[in-house]
Design a protein around this ligand. Structure first.
Ligand SMILES: CC(C)(COP(=O)(O)OP(=O)(O)OC[C@H]1O[C@@H](n2cnc3c(N)ncnc32)[C@H](O)[C@@H]1OP(=O)(O)O)[C@@H](O)C(=O)NCCC(=O)NCCS
Length: 132
């Protein structure tokens, strides 16, 4: 699993307890998962359908750096299922895992549409000669 995106925890990301606000993290995860899905399905019209339970096992403080990893675990007909892990690069602790995030591939009429994809495609396969 690649950890593509890192975030530097700033004052506006904190809750009154002085730790990372869960809602901020969930917004970042949803966006990260959406971008992953768009790249895998070659369609920017995708919507979040389902997220399994989330257990925040540790947190982050002001100035910490966190990183988010997403990988596809299942390609359905109109859906894709992802696994997510977030970890703290400063404390070296896992912040959370999400076993299932499901996105649905939509057409121009706002209806689910088969995406035709069956496996993960890496950037290096899409951009010849590039290794990002
Ligand atoms: C996405 C949406 C169009 C799907 O509608 P639907 O009637 O459930 O459509 P379908 O029954 O055809 O299911 C579509 C896919 O989602 C999957 N799915 C449906 N409910 C699911 C659930 N609870 N958990 C996991 N996957 C689910 C189906 O298995 C199907 O995948 P497949 O084609 O790979 O087998 C509709 O639920 C919707 O518009 N939801 C709101 C999405 C949204 O706005 N998200 C942003 C949140 S604010």
């Amino acid at each position: 699993m690649n950890f593509h995106t890192r975030k530097w925890i700033k004052p506006e990301d904190l809750n009154p307890n002085g730790t990372l606000f869960g809602g901020s993290l969930l917004k970042w995860i949803d966006e990260e998962a959406a971008i992953y899905t768009i790249c895998q399905l070659d369609n920017n019209r995708v919507v979040t359908k389902y997220m399994s339970e989330i257990n925040f096992v540790s947190s982050a403080r002001l100035g910490d750096v966190i990183e988010m990893g997403i990988t596809a675990t299942h390609f359905g007909t109109t859906s894709i299922t992802l696994y997510c892990e977030v970890r703290n690069k400063i404390t070296r602790q896992r912040i959370l895992t999400i076993d299932k995030i499901v996105f649905v591939n939509m057409n121009e009429d706002g209806k689910p549409e088969p995406h035709g994809k069956t496996k993960i495609v890496y950037s290096s396969e899409k951009f010849k000669g590039d290794n990002i």
